[in-house]
Design a protein around this ligand. Structure first.
Ligand code: PGA
Ligand code: ZN
Length: 441
């Protein structure tokens, strides 16, 4: 390997996520072997409302008195344990870097040093490489091939663990399937978001927002929420199904399974068997233009997933989040069992950039759609916007067009689109860049 940009220093610090909880920021310094110039790259790791069973381990300090969930020690471990093995490594050799990170940790689930710590370093290396090469991050990561602007899946109404209302479905999203550019897609979503705000407020409902920026009104059923969104889509001048579809993240892994009834909604307390829940989703997809259903069943219900996919998979994206945990091994299991037809990609679930890329590659080879995703606890770091373009994931889920940590990603996508396609993007000029092909099949 040619020696050009060598890692000379790696360190970590505790910073804040969007919920006021501590998270890891990693900083990596590289030296240009030709001119000696030093460049620093960094990354802030997102956090979850509750990491899934199959995710790599997020390490927090048990002893931290203040905040209770500090990451100060975990972050210090970057300098203590990772700097030396990484020093001298070519920063563009991402696979080698990630291999060193995994070897140094030495556990399958990254529980010794923490997936949050490893991911921070992994992403900071990519950021440092891009900066040292004076190349935009998306282009460094994707080369000339990474150029598909993803269609946004915007979460405009929050429930579940992300809001303190009575809704058990975690996310209600809108997907501008008919938009010809990210710029147009974001604009449509914003118009619907503001229309929804007005509709809610006219009915005397609260319009303050949940963890991902969507409204969190005190509605009593999921159907009510969906009907409000449908009303907002129409009132904003769009045709549901043609211009804009809806998507749900059920996060059914949080619907505890017990006794005879497999799934019980934690807030509304309604219980379903797997078969009854599949029937609910089928009825929903018959009635509404449902683009995707994420974690519509629990992460161990393989037989249920297989049946759901058989019944709905031709017209709806069935997305595995907790199910696959961005883990190529879990995805392989799913492919074999014909479970789901799309995967949510969250780098933090697996803990390195290389393994994230491997999951995307594997999904694509097997006809699974890929959705790059933020987490409920985010920061101003917009790495995933660049990564979505670089990997041509086609779809991105990064919250409402509100709260700085969410708009950071949308704003970065707007910049990238402008750079790749110019400011005057014609709405329907380039069909390859819109991602509505799935529904037109
Ligand atoms: P999390 O949830 O980031 O809180 O894990 C987001 C999601 O379920 O997609
Ligand atoms: Zn999810």
């Amino acid at each position: 390997m040619v020696e050009y940009l060598k890692i000379v220093h790696a360190r970590g610090r505790q910073v804040l996520d969007s919920r006021g909880n501590p998270t890891v920021e990693a900083t990596v310094t590289v030296r240009n072997c030709v001119d000696g110039e030093l460049t620093e790259g960094s990354a802030i790791v997102p956090t979850s409302a509750g990491t899934g069973e199959y995710e790599a381990v997020e390490l927090r300090d048990h002893s931290a008195a203040f905040w209770g969930k500090g990451v100060g020690t975990a972050a210090e471990n970057i300098e203590k344990y990772l700097q030396e093995p990484l020093a001298g490594t070519e920063v563009t050799d991402q696979r080698r870097i990630d291999h060193i990170l995994m070897e140094t940790d030495g556990t399958e689930d990254k529980s010794r040093l923490g997936a949050n710590v490893l991911l921070g370093v992994s992403l900071a290396c990519a950021d440092a490489a891009a900066k040292a090469l004076h190349t935009p991050l998306y282009r460094y990561l994707g080369g000339v091939q990474g150029q598909v602007m993803p269609t946004p899946m915007m979460n405009i109404l929050n429930g579940g663990a992300h809001a303190s209302n009575a809704l058990d479905v975690q996310e209600f999203m809108i997907v501008p399937v008919g938009a010809g550019s990210i710029c147009e897609g974001i604009q449509w979503c914003c118009e619907i978001y503001h229309t929804l705000k007005k509709i809610l407020s006219d009915r005397g409902l609260a319009t303050d927002v949940g963890d991902e920026g969507g409204f969190a009104p005190r509605l009593s059923t999921e159907m009510e929420a969906i009907d409000f969104i449908m009303e907002a889509i129409r009132a904003a001048g769009f045709m549901p199904g043609r211009d804009v579809c809806i998507s749900l993240d059920v996060a059914a892994n949080t619907w505890r399974r017990n006794g005879n009834n497999d799934y019980c909604m934690p807030k509304q307390k309604r219980c379903y068997s797997t078969e009854e829940l599949i029937q609910e989703w089928e009825d929903l997809a018959d009635k509404y233009p449902v683009f995707s259903l994420e974690d519509a069943l629990g992460a161990d219900d393989w037989e249920g997933w297989r049946e759901l996919t058989r019944r709905l998979g031709k017209k709806t994206l069935l997305v595995g989040d907790a199910l696959f945990a961005t883990n190529p091994k879990r995805l392989k299991q799913g492919i074999k069992k014909e479970a789901a037809n799309a995967i949510l990609i969250k780098p933090g679930q697996i803990g390195t950039l290389s393994q994230t890329m491997e999951a995307v590659q594997l999904a694509k080879e097997n006809g699974y759609r890929t959705i790059l995703s933020h987490r409920s606890g985010e920061s101003e770091d917009s790495f995933i916007a660049d990564l979505a373009v670089a990997l041509n994931t086609g779809l991105i889920k990064t919250g409402a067009p509100s709260r700085g940590e969410r708009t950071a990603k949308y704003n970065q996508l707007l910049r990238i689109e402008e750079e790749l396609y110019g400011v005057k993007v014609s709405a329907h000029g380039n069909p390859e860049r819109s991602d509505n092909s799935f529904l037109n099949e």
